[in-house]
Design a protein around this ligand. Sequence first.
Ligand code: GDD
Ligand code: MN
Length: 368
Amino acid sequence: MYDLTVIIPTFKEESNIGTIVESVDAVFLQNGINGEILIVDDNSPDRTIERVRDLQKSKPHLSLVVRTEDPGLSQSVVEGFHRAQSDIFLVMDADLSHPPALIPVMLTEIRDGSDIVIGSRYMKGGGIKKWPLKRRIISMGATFLGRLLFPEIHDPVSGFFAVKKDVVVSAPLKPKGYKILLEVLGKGMWREAKEIPFEFVDRATGSSKLKGQTIVEYAEQVIDNARFSWNHHESAVWQEWVKLFRFGIVGLSGIVVNEGVLIYLKGYAHVILPVASLIAIELSILSNFVLNDTWTFKTEQQHALPHWWQRLLSFQIVSLGGAGINFVILNALAVYFGVDYRIANILGILVAFAWNFWVNRRVTWKHV
Ligand code: GDD
Ligand code: MN
């Protein structure tokens, strides 16, 4: 039994296969990792398979699967999951876009308790080298769509990730197209995901197999994963939606608090309007905070902001930002674009709500 299996899907990689196998092997050796390298090839018409067979002569831990049906990157990776001879899988490209030096780091994270470790291009310290503008735009669009499902994950479509066998072996994965990680996140049984930044370097030789059809397949995949979570309430996506829903309920309760306090202060206690209004707004922010902290985000065990007063401060600032957004949108639409002020206000409220949830999720109640 190996410590981990590095799964490398290949199609026409004769110019890269030798280098990637040797580099992964060197990392195994330097770090005392008893690893397996598993090449899953879609019956490449070039010399890829021959090269692997050659390398196998001196490397007993190098395995090869040659597929002849249902070709595809995701399909190959899933086949790799079933053929691997270890309990930890690490998926990476053959074209040296993903640095093998990160393998031991990712392995350590898995051993320390993460279910999934993602090599992430879209977080601080990560990046992409040598990509034309068109690819960057497509990738950003795909990432945005993916993050609708997983707001906490910076790079849900990375091709570089490690995962525990338990997360994927019995998951009902529907592998199709390029984005196997999205499928793993959407349907795998996981709780802890960790991201590690890395710099993606575009292939030096050979060519990318990304096609226009890939984009359509990807959109279908996002919808399919959304539907899946609707039917599987334990899934990570569903849990996120529950939080969004609760956050909305709390927001509505804040309106009631705000209005109630205002009526009481102005109507009964005869406090002057600006003062009454400020108190009403502040009390609704406070009650929203208490409800979100004890209800909406109660399942988060460990917060990045450990003290309640840190979260309160953060929530307070974000709420003021939300109020500012509401104000600007209402006035800009009504004054400059002639939009009916009631509709302009609803739009302002919706954008402010999105802002409040997004930022609070990522800062105030960030999970560690
Ligand atoms: N078995 C198999 N079958 N392997 C394939 C196939 C296929 O149909 N198509 C591509 N591969 C292999 C390539 O040989 C390479 O090892 C890896 O999958 C990535 O393919 P590239 O063609 O180099 O993809 P890319 O660089 O355009 O896309 C990269 O970025 C995406 C995120 O933007 C990859 O890292 C993807 O995995 C990643 O999702
Ligand atoms: Mn590539």
